[in-house]
Design a protein around this ligand. Structure first.
Ligand code: ADP
Ligand code: TZP
Ligand code: MG
Length: 266
């Protein structure tokens, strides 16, 4: 896993424009649609249980995000997720707010039990909770981890049988054995609602074209983080940063990513 692979995957997303089927929250749904386009992929948001399994048949990846979940939405996620598994379409799960309420934690555990998830992408608190390793979550925000980030992410990957992509200042991507640290990004990304959800959309876009979900997830976080670094340069605050974040991901070239991706394989 190196910066060259990140650049190649970015090119592949743009060449193949995979359809990214989201069942996601009402807070950041529009941001997720547009960041997917800026990554080079094509979003569709289709959540009704009457169509979710049908839509996933046309998709390159399914992104499930429980940010504003309700029981009917979870049933639709399960239908789409099971159909995705039958078709070999990879599934990305964002466990927004897991640990904050029983409904959220239980929904994530149920999805993980009934659907084969390729990548579980959460913040440090969410992954800590799901690893049973003392993570804390308030609302949708991480209140941090009790233990070592790499060990926590590995434990979560082994417990869930997924690739875990745990975001923070340094992102940890692991399947329980291999570990890639992604050091791109900017603190401003934590001053805006939706960067975690957008990270999942970008991860989905890359996982759709990658042979290996771990490589796809790490490359996506490097690309998104690099866009964040560039966006912060001229931003006056969170909202001008937000606009620049979309523009910088759209403008990101494979050459820049190959030069600037900061990955560490540990
Ligand atoms: N302090 C930081 N420095 C650099 N990048 C960050 C920082 N905080 C968050 N990010 C980036 O912002 C995105 C969202 O991460 P995070 O804030 O952990 O998720 P969430 O919004 O779900 O809590 C990720 O791409 C992550 O790498
Ligand atoms: C504020 C909020 N409440 C429910 S979903 C949501 C958005 C969370 O977005 P992110 O975790 O990407 O910041
Ligand atoms: Mg955040």
């Amino acid at each position: 896993m190196d910066a060259k692979i990140c650049a190649a995957l970015l090119s592949q997303v743009r060449e193949t424009r995979p359809l990214v089927h989201h069942i996601t929250n009402t807070v950041t749904i529009n941001d997720c649609a547009n960041i997917t386009i800026c990554a080079g992929a094509a979003p569709v948001m289709a959540e009704a249980a009457e169509e979710s399994a049908e839509m996933v048949a046309a998709a390159g990846v399914l992104v499930l995000n429980i940010g504003t979940l309700n029981p009917a939405q979870v049933e639709s996620m399960l239908l789409a997720g099971k159909r995705a598994n039958e078709l070999g379409v990879p599934v990305v799960l964002d466990p927004v707010g897991a640990g904050a309420t029983a409904l959220r934690t239980d929904a994530v555990l149920r999805i993980l039990k009934e659907v084969k998830v390729a990548v579980l992408k959460g913040n440090a608190g969410e992954i800590g909770v799901l690893a049973g390793a003392g993570g804390k979550v308030r609302g949708v925000d991480s209140c941090g981890l009790a233990g070592d980030p790499v060990e926590t992410a590995k434990a979560c990957a082994l417990a869930t049988g997924t690739v875990v992509a745990m975001t923070d200042e340094t992102d940890v991507v692991t399947d329980g054995e291999r570990v890639v640290l992604v050091k791109n990004g900017h603190a401003m990304m934590d001053r805006l609602s939706g960067t975690g959800c957008m990270a999942s959309s970008v991860v989905g876009s890359f996982v759709a074209v990658a042979d290996d979900p771990l490589v796809g997830a790490a490359a996506a976080l490097a690309a998104f983080g690099r866009a964040g670094e560039q966006a912060a340069a001229g931003a006056r605050g969170p909202y001008s940063f937000r606009t620049a974040l979309f523009d910088e991901l759209y403008a990101l070239t494979p050459e820049d990513l190959e030069e600037e991706a900061r990955l560490e394989v540990v």
